[in-house]
Design a protein around this ligand. Structure first.
Ligand SMILES: [Zn+2]
Length: 258
């Protein structure tokens, strides 16, 4: 098991040990589990209910036979909750921002070995996003707040949404995470979160400049604003995410945000 999953392969589920007792199962959809000491905490539960027996076996193999006492969901999109019901039937408590919101300051789950925190960070991908933070190990499960270059909000960008996104990224970076588990794609670190924040700011400024030079919003695309060199190898970034971000920012900036 390796920390950064450099041989990450979307076709094959791999379990990585991020710190002693902290695991991520990486595929296109990611999940994790933590040996809290006396019980296990699961973070997100994939999209296919059929994965349950394989996932359950891996949890026992790595974290031991102890019960799964909590399932924490970063949000409740269908590709993050499929196994919730199986774990609930085993006696786990399901906690997420939609069905059992944690308090604003976060919820602490404490075992004999370590604390696991569920912290509300809503409004950037869904209205009830949360992150899972391990203060001792500096591991952060960010769900779909980080999408390897994707603007996490699926609807139109507004000024409020832009401000919230930037504030949320400042909050994420304040924790100084060393290992970041995104909801999808390879593992990364706080460096990639910072890089995306800087990219987003750069894109806004660059789009504004192009509009001032006389481009119409619908004329601005990746041939007008090529993707930054250092992000070309980001997961699916040049294929469509950069184009999608330009389109969203150009549309918002073209109508002066609001
Ligand atoms: Zn999602």
């Amino acid at each position: 098991m390796q920390k950064k999953n450099l041989n990450w392969d979307p076709e094959r589920a791999q379990v990585a040990e991020l710190a002693e007792g902290v695991y991520a199962r990486c595929e296109i959809d990611n999940m994790g589990w933590i040996d809290a000491g006396g019980f296990t905490v699961v973070v997100d539960t994939l999209e296919q209910p059929a994965s349950f027996s394989e996932v359950r076996r891996e949890i026992v193999r790595t974290a031991g036979e102890q019960p799964v006492r909590y399932v924490l969901n970063t949000h409740t999109h269908p590709d993050h909750v499929a196994l919730n019901e199986d774990f609930r039937r085993e006696g786990a408590e399901i906690i997420n921002g939609r069905t059992a919101p944690p308090p604003a300051e976060g919820l602490n789950v404490e075992g004999d070995k370590r604390a696991v925190r569920l912290i509300p960070m809503g409004g950037c991908h869904t209205n009830y996003d949360c992150i899972v933070w391990l203060p001792g190990e500096k591991v952060m499960f960010v769900g779909d707040l980080f999408g390897w270059g994707l603007i996490p909000w699926m609807g139109n960008l507004t000024e409020d949404r832009r401000t919230l996104l930037l504030d949320t990224y400042s909050r994420l970076l304040e924790y100084a995470p060393e290992t970041v588990v995104p909801g999808h794609g390879p593992l990364c670190s706080g460096d990639e979160l910072r890089r995306w924040r800087d990219y987003f700011l750069w894109l806004i400024e660059t789009v504004k400049r192009k509009l001032m030079e006389g481009y119409r919003p619908d004329q601005i695309n990746s041939s007008v604003i090529p993707p930054p060199e250092d992000m070309r190898d980001w997961w699916r970034f040049v294929e469509w995410k950069h184009e999608d971000s330009i389109r969203k920012v150009a549309k918002a900036t073209g109508r002066q945000w609001r």
